[in-house]
Design a protein around this ligand. Structure first.
Ligand code: FAD
Length: 401
């Protein structure tokens, strides 16, 4: 193994190259990214960074000099032009770079509102990159009116920041309720109440008919419930699509993302995938995880497996979200739940997801203890009875024994 190329200089790409060096790999490493900046963390983009509470230099995962110091060639602002999987080369501009192993860590791109309903007007934003947030930040100002389209975590976090910065905020969700794809009604109820208490107008079951523009800039919107309002800016948080362009160039199998096996290897044994773009086997099906922890863990497993470890990657899903003064921590994956037990400790609250009395996941709101114990129970394969976790008299820690 003399040459490894990683495409995608984000969370997974950066974790993969660091792990390759940490494991003692001494061959050439090239990390190729189409953004103009070194790898950075995305979660603060819709939280502390947009709020103006986190400096730019704290976003970067490592100082740029670290890559050169560790013999990692960083090619930034460089979208990949071609991949020849037979010849094992990647073309970037005029350079044809050979590889022995290729890692696809290309992440995802936010869905945009269609241009035919005004999605291409100035003042309509998405939240994925530093450039996206730097472009929207000057518009997130006191007294202006924001329409947030989409009631998932990105939309809700953006709504919280916009409110904290003194905007008048309306959030619309076309599905019957917010967080419909990712959380139980109990968690949606909690966050709806939180946002409403902070003055956000949340409309559920209401889609966007179209945006109104003047001189190429958004000035308002018509909602599918017939309401028409002026808005100064719009933020769309309506999901993502996998960046599978390089995977298509390489001709590897796609299946709701870049299909990998349990080791992170694609249908081409010389090509691996990790992070948001990878779909991996899990509990008899395939999943794609959009979280930092998965990007790091999967990329590190891929690095080891390229070097011959043969290690299975078993995700231990973990996610968080900050909204106002609430920290939500999620352990596990709730897919397929049939029951939710609520542990209502007032300020500290947790929602425990079960399927056939097996504990799958926990949403913990300002409840780090509930989160930590839930996570350990899930990892240990232990499932306390739902009635027990709902009982505040029950000592959760004792359940770990
Ligand atoms: P990315 O970090 O997106 O990196 C992929 C990189 O590949 C990008 O730089 C992309 O431009 C580049 N690329 C794509 N195609 C090419 C190409 N053809 N050539 C060259 N480069 C290419 N997760 C959490 O766990 N907790 C949170 O609170 C949380 N909050 C989030 C908030 C926001 C606003 C966003 C956007 C995401 C959040 N996430 C959160 C998700 C988390 O950030 C992602 O899961 C994680 O960044 C995935 O890492 P990745 O390396 O797979 O993709």
């Amino acid at each position: 193994m003399e040459k490894i190329i990683v495409i995608g200089a984000g969370q997974a790409g950066a974790s993969c190259v660091a792990k390759l060096r940490a494991e003692g790999y001494e061959g050439a490493i090239t990390l190729i990214g189409d953004e103009p900046v070194p790898p950075y963390q995305r979660p603060p983009l819709s939280k502390a960074y947009l709020l103006g509470e986190m400096a730019l230099d704290r976003l970067f995962l490592r100082p740029e000099a670290w890559y050169a110091e560790n013999g990692i060639e960083l090619r930034l602002g460089a979208p990949v032009d071609a991949i020849d999987a037979g010849a094992k080369t990647v073309t970037v501009g005029r350079d044809v770079l050979p590889y022995d192993a290729l890692v696809l860590a290309t992440g995802s791109t936010p869905r945009r509102l269609p241009a035919k309903i005004g999605g291409d007007l100035a003042g309509v934003h998405v939240v994925r990159t530093l450039a996206d947030v730097d472009a929207m930040e000057p518009e997130v100002t006191q007294g202006r009116r924001a329409l947030i389209v989409g009631g998932g975590y990105i939309g809700l976090e953006a709504a919280a920041v916009a409110r904290k910065r003194g905007m008048d905020v309306t959030l619309i969700e076309a599905a019957p309720r917010i967080l419909g794809r990712v959380a139980a009604p109990e968690t949606a109820d909690y966050f709806r109440a939180l946002h409403t208490a902070h003055g956000v107008r949340i409309l559920e079951g209401v889609g966007l008919e179209c945006l109104n523009g003047a001189d190429g800039r958004v000035v308002g919107a018509i909602l599918q419930n017939g309401e028409e309002h002026p808005y100064d800016m719009v933020i769309a948080g309506i999901g993502i699509v996998v960046n599978d362009g390089p995977a298509q160039m390489a001709g590897v199998t796609l299946d709701n993302g870049i299909a990998t096996d349990i080791h992170g290897q694609t249908s081409d044994p010389n090509i691996w995938a990790a992070g948001d773009c990878a779909s991996l086997p899990f509990r008899g099906t395939r999943i794609r995880l959009e979280s930092v922890q998965n990007a790091i863990d999967q990329a590190e497993a891929v690095a080891k497996n390229i070097l011959g470890a043969g290690q299975d990657y078993v995700p231990k899903p973990w996610f968080w979200s900050d909204q106002y003064d609430v920290k939500l921590q999620i352990a596990g994956l709730n897919t397929g739940y049939d029951r939710v037990a609520v542990r209502d400790g007032g300020a500290a609250r947790s929602h425990w997801y079960y399927a056939d009395d097996i504990l799958l996941a926990v949403d913990a709101m300002n409840d780090p203890r509930g989160y930590m114990i839930g996570k350990r129970l899930i990892e240990a394969g232990k499932s306390p009875a739902p009635d027990v976790v709902a009982n505040l008299e029950a000592d959760l820690k004792a359940l770990l024994k």
